[in-house]
Write a protein that binds this ligand. Structure first.
Ligand code: C5P
Length: 281
């Protein structure tokens, strides 16, 4: 029987760009969480590697060793048949191939996935792969290799994800930055108290947001549409875009916002999700 793996959407609640290394990679300080919506994989060990991609976002996804899932399997010496269901827009700031690769590694090595592949090998697949190996709230620093688990500090959140269907290549967004030396996140409040967490979060940033808007102005419209919905406590871009998220105090408010945004923007991908984190207290 096939082993099933879930690759949840990654959301950068914050993404501060704090510097740049000699090799061009940027130093980040990011609070990363995961949603209850994602891609799915089925793995069947065998002697030959093959990859079948299905699902609403299968178009244009490579089915050979250009796919990170394939490369992740090779990196740990696994061979067999992979069926990958793409339910999320890719190249969209919410994990994509990195989340898929991490899900495969997690399915093969469990919670020891980082040890199974080695941190540097995971990082070589993609800067977001290490954070996606443990699909829980984490602070991500360095270029993606310094990870701090924050299981206790982040409340469960009701979010709406919106992608307007434009693809903004990550290197282009980093290139469009006007400042690469921004302050880190301020200290997070202790405990998952929603109100103090939300007011702390409002003071943090995604430093790539303005840069991405210069490349894809529709992102500004997405943020405005989220902000205009009833009960939206915060709207921000995830990763290097173009997906943005809105945060709400209840599942009902998020569901209503999803319905309203989808009705006025039929070409956009709009989903309401619940994120990992502690129950409200
Ligand atoms: O590692 P990954 O292939 O996901 O990164 C894509 C691109 O994003 C890199 O080639 C680089 O231009 C940029 N990047 C960066 N700093 C990071 C992560 C990614 O400059 N920490």
């Amino acid at each position: 029987m096939a082993t099933e793996a879930f690759a949840p959407a990654k959301i950068n609640l914050t993404l501060h760009v704090t510097g740049q290394r000699q090799d061009g990679y940027h130093l980040l300080d990011s609070l990363v969480i995961f949603a209850d919506l994602g891609d799915r994989l089925w793995l069947n060990p065998g002697t030959v590697m093959s990859l079948q991609v299905i699902g609403p976002f299968a178009d244009g996804v490579p089915t050979d060793n250009r796919n990170l899932v394939w490369r992740a399997a090779e990196a740990v010496g696994w061979r067999g048949t992979i069926r990958l269901q793409k339910n999320l827009p890719h190249g969209a700031g919410i994990g994509g191939g990195s989340a898929d690769a991490a899900a495969l590694l997690r399915a093969l090595h469990g919670d020891d996935a980082t040890q199974g592949i080695g941190l540097q090998a995971a990082l070589a697949l993609g800067a977001d792969v290490p954070v996606c190996l443990h699909a829980g709230p984490q602070r991500m620093q360095g270029i993606g290799e310094h990870l701090t688990r924050l299981c206790q500090a982040v409340p469960r959140l009701f979010a709406v994800l919106v992608n307007p269907g434009v693809h903004v290549p990550t290197p282009q967004v980093f290139k469009a930055l006007t400042c690469r030396d921004n302050p880190e996140m301020t200290p997070m409040p202790d405990g998952p108290h929603r109100q103090s967490f939300m007011s702390w979060l409002a003071d943090q940033r995604n430093d790539l947001q303005a840069a991405a808007i210069t490349r894809a102005p529709v992102i500004k419209e997405v943020l405005a549409a989220l902000t205009a919905t009833r009960g939206c406590a915060l709207a921000r871009m995830s990763g290097s875009g173009a997906t943005c998220f809105g945060l709400y105090n209840s599942r009902d408010l998020a569901a209503q916002a999803t319905q309203d945004i989808a009705a006025s923007n039929p070409g956009w991908w709009v989903r309401s999700v619940i994120t990992c984190g502690r129950d409200n207290s």
